[in-house]
Design a protein around this ligand. Structure first.
Ligand SMILES: NC(=O)c1ccc[n+]([C@@H]2O[C@H](COP(=O)([O-])OP(=O)(O)OC[C@H]3O[C@@H](n4cnc5c(N)ncnc54)[C@H](O)[C@@H]3O)[C@@H](O)[C@H]2O)c1
Ligand SMILES: [Zn+2]
Length: 381
């Protein structure tokens, strides 16, 4: 047996900016200049983004002309449907492959994806598979993707009717968080990223949790000045976790960032994705916080404070699917926990907290107590 452990350096980059494609903004240029040219770029854009920001296509052209010495466009920027539907099945993936092929992109070319988390997951998967990996730059355009998903190193699509069944881990060449995109989001989407900020604050940063609490009145008015620093801090905390947490490609069974997510994934599935990821995570967080309180890990006042914040941000704490029963009478939620345990290979690992910013991994969850927590949320909601 020949055996040697070797390391290949990985660099993760995030830029925080506004109006990335205005001619004087140097964020994109900076990212492209990390490596020597010539640089060919193909930009793929989520249709919901161009619908709300019709100036984007001419801006990309003007930006290229202003930086012609830095890059060329391999083909016209292309607008494709985004949203969860673009992750369902192989057809959209094949379409991206076809586009990449026709534009003659090679391993040294750059694929830009501008869109929501779903669109980035799709284009990112295509970018890591075509030619075994084309350089890929993400431009997340939703609060959730800027605060969490877009900052990560995962790509994927849904397959066999299972979420993210087909996917890759890969560090993108860069991520550009452009705050100007966020103003056009519908109410539900605007709110979604805030819950991932609450989640990561509960795990890692008590001062940040307090900052979110203080921002409630402004957030309720959709004040961008309050939203932007929260999304940015959330992205930073996720970024630090990925680059310093020791397990960026999730080889171990612990998912320390997935607080509130075991129940959320089940709820999303039970609702046929009528609940957004953010809405499901809000309920999942409330459930795990209430569970931690009932189990004696977390003080009642802290649990109530957290649930109050979630509520004030405009999220529900409860959904009737939490207590939904399957045909055989079993609770679907408990079945979700069972599936999750199987997925982890038998040993549960659920992040919980003892206080704000004091996380630990629980290896057992009591069924009766989970149901009691759900009933408590039904009363509080
Ligand atoms: N890769 C990861 O690490 C990771 C982590 C968490 C979640 N995810 C994935 O991210 C996806 C959810 O992402 P999302 O919350 O961004 O949802 P989304 O991508 O479905 O976007 C929500 C909706 O908003 C539209 N939209 C996007 N930008 C807009 C803008 N600026 N103005 C108006 N409308 C806009 C989209 O077209 C879509 O219809 C899920 O598929 C989830 O699995 C990935
Ligand atoms: Zn999440």
């Amino acid at each position: 047996m020949l055996q040697r452990t070797f390391h290949t350096p990985l660099t993760h980059r995030i830029l925080f900016t506004r109006d990335a494609f205005s001619p004087t903004n140097d964020a994109v240029q900076k990212l492209l200049c990390v490596e020597a040219g010539p640089r060919r770029v193909l930009a793929l854009i989520d249709a919901a983004v161009t619908a709300e920001h019709p100036q984007l296509l001419p801006q990309i052209h003007a930006y290229q002309q202003a930086h012609a010495e830095v890059f060329t466009l391999a083909a016209e920027p292309l607008v494709l449907p985004g949203g969860e539907a673009c992750k369902n099945g192989l057809e959209p993936l094949m379409q991206v492959f076809q586009i990449v092929h026709e534009a003659h992109l090679d391993r040294h070319s750059y694929l830009f994806a501008i869109g929501g988390g779903a669109f980035l997951d799709l284009v990112g998967l295509a970018a890591t598979l075509a030619h075994r990996g084309i350089r890929y730059i993400r431009f997340p355009t939703t609060t959730l993707s800027q605060a969490d998903a877009g900052v990560g190193v995962k790509n994927g699509i849904n397959f066999f009717h299972k979420k993210n069944w087909l996917g890759t881990f890969s560090v993108p060449h860069g991520v550009v968080n452009d705050a100007a995109f966020l103003s056009s989001l519908p109410e539900r989407e605007w709110r979604n990223g805030l819950i991932e900020a609450v989640k990561v604050a509960l795990l890692k940063d008590a001062a940040f949790f307090h900052q979110i609490e203080q921002s409630i009145p402004a957030l309720r008015q959709r004040a961008m000045a309050a939203l932007e620093p929260i999304i940015q801090r959330s992205a930073e905390l996720h970024f630090h976790h990925i680059t310093e947490g020791g397990d960026p490609f999730e080889k171990g069974s612990a998912r320390p960032l997935d607080f509130g997510h075991w129940a959320a994934h089940k709820l999303e599935q039970l609702s046929d994705f009528q609940l957004t990821h953010g809405e499901a995570v809000a309920i999942g967080l409330a459930l795990d916080v209430t569970y931690a309180e009932l189990a004696g890990f977390l003080a009642t006042a802290v649990a109530e404070r957290i649930c109050r914040l979630i509520r004030k941000l405009g999220f529900a704490l409860y959904d009737e699917r939490l207590l939904q029963r399957e045909a055989d009478g079993r609770y679907a939620l408990l079945q979700g926990l069972h599936e999750f345990r199987e997925h982890l290979g038998g040993q549960l690992s659920i992040p919980l907290i003892r206080d704000i910013a004091q996380p630990f991994e629980a290896h057992e969850m009591d069924d009766e107590r989970i149901l009691a927590a759900a009933i408590r949320l039904r009363e509080m909601n």
